[in-house]
Design a binder for this molecule. Sequence first.
Ligand code: ATP
Length: 363
Amino acid sequence: MTKVIDVELRGIMKKFQNNVVVQDFNLQVEQGEFISFLGPSGCGKTTTLNMIAGFLDPDGGDLLIKGQRMNGVPPYKRELGMVFQTYSLFPHMTVAENIAYGLKLRKVSKSEMQERVKRVLELVKLPNVADRYPKQLSGGQRQRIAIARALVIEPSLLLLDEPLSNLDAKLREELRDELKRLHQEIGVTTIFVTHDQEEALSLSDRIVVLNHGFVEQIGTPLEIYNQPASEFVHTFIGKTNRMEGEVVSVEGDRLIVRTKEGMTIHAGKQQVGFAPKQKVIVFVRPEKITLTDTAGAGINQVEGHLQLASFLGSYTECEVRAGGHTLSVKVQMSDKSAERELGTKVFCQWNAEDVLVMPAERG
Ligand code: ATP
């Protein structure tokens, strides 16, 4: 089956005065895909979304929607649904009037309007609030209505700019699941801006990781997590232990590295090749390290002392001083390490397959 491309960015560039804030952005979004733009504050996520929406015009490159070049085409000619971080409902209109607004502009008949408003309210699981005013709704409900308003016009593309970031943690998670369900149900091509890696990982078909206006990597959540293209991607996506060192030997797929602090680390197959004496950076995720009270057999085992333990509900985050390093270790509640006293002797162990090695110059 041939792929249908809904949105295409070809070498998009944007500058404000002389400051280039988006550079050489290339992306093809397939029909029905859920794509996230992920990156720290100021990396160019919103600027790029605003160019796709038509609020800003690119200073270089081509933007295509459904195969048509869109540079210079105003937003109202793009048939897009948009939801912003702050609630953008009209306060003097009821929920039903807010949702119907876009339909009115499109001169949809009254009976069809009523039917479509009813349908989207059911879709966002708020069938009984049609006559309320926005101030009579909770923050989470308002964002659901904003989503309903964006969807009612049956847009060819849904653009979401941090729609969950003004909500508290529990609501955020609830609405995140709701967005996932909605996307599965209606399958509208969606571009979602966020600085929250969990949101991006849990919702997206693919993630675009941005840094200082550059695309660092485009990939599925698993690729981004397990095969990061750069140190930036690896460290932005989750907590990690970072150690600098040098390659001691290369045996087939296996590498042995000695850290500056003198710890020997065995690493499994990597995405790139390495040579002895090469300067490298070694990463091990906290959840890949296990703690035991006694030494076992095997590689990547180091004796240490428990320095800190922070109870975080379903898991405990520990700090262990071992082999000249302070290692962060994530311990599940079922593990008795969560109850160990500070200062206790422990052994840290991890598999060679869970070690990521990058050339130091790339860092
Ligand atoms: P945040 O998560 O904080 O919204 P972002 O990744 O969406 O960040 P953008 O809002 O796209 O970042 O901004 C990218 C860069 O462009 C920033 O350095 C910002 O200061 C700058 N910028 C954005 N809008 C303008 C503007 N209208 N005039 C000048 N500079 C701007």
